[in-house]
Design a protein around this ligand. Structure first.
Ligand SMILES: [Zn+2]
Ligand SMILES: [Zn+2]
Length: 203
């Protein structure tokens, strides 16, 4: 990450990773940076910071989550971000020993933001990569003139309880297919280990 980058503006590689230019990846990026500042932690290198996002699937603006991952290093691949599937534009940031903090996009912000021409294209089903670049950039720039406080509702969550899954390197080969399975996912039939698909169990 370029450290001289203006806070809240994603570096160019973030747009390359995300695949298109849009305003919601940057809003997630800025949310992630603001949340790290609120927690007093840096970008996650390993496996400590966890993000519990309240988004679901099949609704717009899920691009937020790529921005959150890019800013915080709490990535899907490191299993540091999960979804509650509530279909809300919010996320709680949890770090052991700190008070968890929830960031949500304010309804008033979204109402105002909806007036951007970008959304007229999106509502017609036009994908972000097909929207004129200046229209998308105008939507991104519009957000940059707003303070964090105008965009995000920030709530301290001292009672937020989260227990990361216990890590384990233990694995066994499935009795049927021979492929290795990490132990928490092994299923047993007649005392023999199986992977979930071979076990006949649903999960
Ligand atoms: Zn996007
Ligand atoms: Zn198997």
């Amino acid at each position: 990450m370029q450290m001289n980058q203006h806070r809240g503006v994603p570096p160019e590689w973030a747009f390359e990773f995300h695949g298109h230019r849009c305003p919601f990846m940057p809003l997630g990026f800025r949310m992630g940076q603001a949340a790290m500042a609120e927690l007093g932690v840096g970008r996650e290198q390993d496996h400590t910071l966890h993000v519990i996002a309240e988004l679901g699937e099949g609704h717009p603006q899920t691009c937020l989550m790529d921005g959150i991952q890019i800013a915080t290093g709490a990535t899907f691949g490191k299993t540091l971000i999960e979804k509650t599937h509530w279909g809300k534009l919010a996320a709680t940031f949890w770090y052991p020993g700190k008070t968890a903090v929830r960031f949500a996009l304010k309804a008033d912000f979204l109402n105002r933001f909806g007036g951007q021409e970008f959304f007229a294209y999106r509502k017609r089903g036009i994908e972000p990569s097909a929207i004129p670049a200046e229209v998308t950039q105008a939507a991104i720039d519009w957000t940059l003139f707003l303070s964090d406080d105008e965009i995000y509702l920030v709530t301290q969550r001292p009672d937020f309880a989260y227990t990361p899954p216990q890590g384990s390197f233990n694995r066994s080969a499935c009795t049927a297919c021979g492929e290795y399975v990490f132990e928490r996912y092994l299923r047993f039939r007649d005392g023999k280990p199986y992977c979930i698909p071979c076990s006949g169990y649903k999960g």
